[in-house]
Structure formats: C-alpha cells, structure tokens
Design a protein. Structure first.
Length: 280
C-alpha cells in the first residue's frame, strides 16, 4: 500500500494511492495516518478495505508528510562508501548517529527555506525506514519485523551550520523545512529488498546523485538493531539511512543550493519529491 496525507498544511486528510495511481480518500476508515495505523492490527484493517469503493480525490491537492506523529528522526552519517570517499573521510567502523528535529518536517513538494545566515545549503536523498512497533535491543535477525514502511527523506543540510559553529551535526540538519518526507509511505510488504533500490537526485534537471542502497555500509537490518541498543525505537520513528555520493559539499568546487533552484529526488518504488529553494 501507498499511504498519503493530502490537503493544506495542518489540515491534511488520510489517503492512499491505488494501483492506477489515483488518490483515494481514507477518511471513512481512519482519522489520519498515525503510528497506530502502522501497527499489525492497523495494517490488517487497511488491507481489508475494498479500495475500489473509496472516494477518488479530484484535482491535484498538496501532499503533506505521509505520517503524522513521528516521534523522532534518527539519521545515519557516512553510510555509503562512495559518499565517505567524496568527503575524504574513512569508512566508519560503527554507524554514526544524529537526531534531526521534528520541527524540520515538511511535505514532498513544499518549499525548502534557506535559513537566515545560511550560505552552504545541501541536499541528501535518503531511504527512510519507518518503525511500526517498539524496538529495544532487537537482533539483526528480527530487526526488519519492526519496520512497517519505507519512504523518501531529503536530509537537507546547512554545511556551515553543521561544520563551522562547533557542537553536533544536528544544528546543521534541523532548520524548518529541512526534512521533506514522502510523497507516500510504502508498506514494507511491498518492498521486496530494501538493499536493492536505486536512488537519485537532480538539481535544475542536472543529475547530481545516482546510487543504490546495495552500497550502504550498514544495511537497514543492521541499523535498526544497532540504534535500538542505544535508544528505544517507537512506532512512528523514522531512521534516515544515509546518502550516496554527489552531494553539493563533495563537489570540487562545492555547488551549494541557491534560491530559485529546484531539487528533485526519488527512490525505486517510493515515488519522487520536487522542492524549490527560497530565501528567508
């Protein structure tokens, strides 16, 4: 299933994308796409719905973040071999973790705002693994049983904030609009292998990133198990699993985003985002 939330900011309704690509309203079935909907019982209820009887939504409404009630976004740094090489850093021996503030969450076609004082704005296409049930100290063998869905996350970054102001990575990752998510959640049963997905990014139509989740240093299975050692993963949490080579910071010279630029990105089977950069 492809689950969405549509409508104006703060008033989104639940929906799904049917096999023909039409948007159908889920309001008669669930109040919203929440972590409870991603539970085993919630997904079973959705699978029992006769999609053909759901109302078709006319027009092209805005799509919001496809999940409300996200508890936390746990991001993974340097998780592709080619990305580590392009920024001149050694491959990590263990996953590098940081938190992205929930206030950064936005929709898959909303504008990305370059914050005041921001001069090194960057993009990062990432596979998001959405937790469907609590995970604490889970084994790698059981880890994927805790993943309910997958989605695209753009881990937007302000590199000067991240690297030139001391402290942790989080401050360069958490400005408003720095976490476009969507366009939809694809339930895990529809993703045959999360380590066999093509990922890509373009800026103003120019190819910037093109890679595969097969080149992750740490797989989704490993990441869920590893993160759950250090913090509880709750239903609705998202693990953003890292980005391949081609980020603006890694180019020589760097080619950071400017107001007016259009960033598009996609992942096999998970749809695509398109966001315009604006200045504050």
């Amino acid at each position: 299933m492809k689950l969405v939330r549509y409508g104006r900011v703060g008033a989104e309704k639940p929906g799904l994308i049917d096999d023909e690509g039409a948007l159908r309203d889920l309001s008669r079935v669930v109040k919203d796409v929440t972590p409870d909907v991603l539970s085993a019982a919630g997904l079973k209820r959705l699978r029992a719905v006769q999609v053909s009887r759901l109302p078709v939504v006319s027009g092209r409404p805005r799509l919001g973040c496809p999940l409300t009630g996200i508890g936390k976004i746990v991001c993974i740094g340097l998780n592709y071999t080619d990305h580590a090489h392009e920024v001149g850093l050694p491959l990590p021996k263990e996953p590098l973790l940081f938190i992205k503030a929930n206030s950064a969450i936005s929709g898959p076609a909303d504008v990305i705002v370059r914050p005041r004082g921001g001069v090194k704005l960057d993009y990062e296409v990432e596979l998001g693994a959405v937790i469907g049930r609590d995970a604490r100290n889970v084994s790698e063998a059981d880890a994927l049983r805790h993943v309910a869905a997958y989605c695209i996350v753009d881990d937007v970054s302000e590199r000067a904030f991240q690297m030139e102001h001391g402290g942790t990575t989080t401050k360069g990752k958490s400005a408003d609009t720095f976490a476009p998510i969507g366009p939809w959640l694809v339930t895990a049963d529809a993703v045959r292998d999360p380590q066999a997905l093509e990922v890509w990014t373009t800026v103003n139509g120019e190819s910037r990133q093109r890679g595969s989740t097969a080149n992750m240093i740490f797989s989704v299975r490993q990441l869920v198990a590893y993160v759950s050692r250090f913090m509880s993963l709750r239903a609705g949490d998202v693990i953003s699993t890292g980005t391949p080579a081609g980020v603006a910071h890694g180019m020589k010279p760097p080619r950071y985003l400017e107001p007016g630029d259009v960033v598009a990105m996609g992942i096999t089977g998970l749809g695509a985002q398109k966001n315009r950069i604006v200045g504050r």
